[in-house]
Design a protein around this ligand. Structure first.
Ligand SMILES: NC(=O)c1ccc[n+]([C@@H]2O[C@H](COP(=O)([O-])OP(=O)(O)OC[C@H]3O[C@@H](n4cnc5c(N)ncnc54)[C@H](OP(=O)(O)O)[C@@H]3O)[C@@H](O)[C@H]2O)c1
Length: 217
């Protein structure tokens, strides 16, 4: 599949490299595809990935992954061009975090009656937004493996076919079958769940070796 990953932070780079490693054609989107940092990454960890502007990566991908810090998400969508995203599946990884105090965990900027996932779906009414990857740290997004087994990935979104596509891709990255929570409004619960992960990260001395598992019987 042709995949456009919008964002060159930790999440964008890990997912782009992981998907390229599974045979997908991946373009990573950035403000400056010729930046030394990007060129070096493409030469090493990002082998097989190409780089373009946000608009080029959005136009390239049949499926898109949005991996952008919350305060810039709407701006990047506009730079990518809504017309380049319409009709496509968009995996939204964002947690709507606000960093108020140095050394302290961030807080959620929105919640209860809204979420980043719903905001992205409103900004992209012609796309099928699926919330994914937001409750796990980037080092465990590809091939997650813990002594107690594999963690679970929860997703939500309004379009069943889009969630099936997302689920297949997530399984290719080494996850068990995803747990579908329903419509995109359930991002209101997945984003606070990420705060549990984040507070634990701070309390454990910036150690991100934890993930969630739903136990059933
Ligand atoms: N880090 C994690 O482990 C983790 C885990 C779960 C979910 N998340 C969520 O995943 C998302 C991505 O996180 P991240 O840490 O990988 O990335 P990030 O550092 O938050 O965002 C990186 C991207 O933001 C772009 N950007 C920065 N300032 C900009 C501006 N003024 N205008 C336009 N674009 C700008 C950068 O563009 P350039 O490429 O041009 O530099 C880059 O592509 C976040 O919403 C986060 O909450 C993160």
């Amino acid at each position: 599949m042709k995949i456009g990953v919008l964002g060159t932070g930790d999440v964008g780079r890990v997912l782009a490299a992981g998907l390229a490693g599974r045979g997908h054609e991946v373009m990573i989107g950035t403000r400056d595809p010729r930046h030394r940092r990007i060129v070096d990454w493409l030469d090493h960890e990002g082998k097989g990935v190409s780089a373009g502007t946000f608009a080029e990566a959005a136009a390239f991908g049949e499926l898109l992954i949005l991996a952008i810090g919350w305060s810039n998400v709407e701006k990047v969508i506009n730079q990518a061009g809504v017309e380049n995203i319409n009709g496509k599946v968009v995996l939204d990884t964002a947690n709507p975090l606000r960093f108020d105090a140095e050394g302290r965990p961030p807080v959620l900027d929105i919640g209860h009656t809204d979420s980043a996932g719903e905001s992205v779906q409103r900004w992209l009414p012609g796309a099928s937004v699926v919330k994914a990857f937001n409750i796990v740290g980037n080092p465990h997004m590809v091939n997650p493996s813990f002594p107690d087994g594999k963690p679970d990935m929860f997703i939500c979104g309004n379009d069943a076919a889009a969630k099936q596509t997302a689920g297949r891709l997530i399984e290719e990255l080494g996850w068990p079958p995803v747990i579908d929570l329903g419509g995109i409004e359930n991002a209101r619960y997945l984003e606070p769940l990420a705060m549990v992960w984040i507070v634990r990260f701070y309390n454990a001395g910036f150690n991100g070796n934890h993930a969630f598992k739903l136990l059933r019987k």
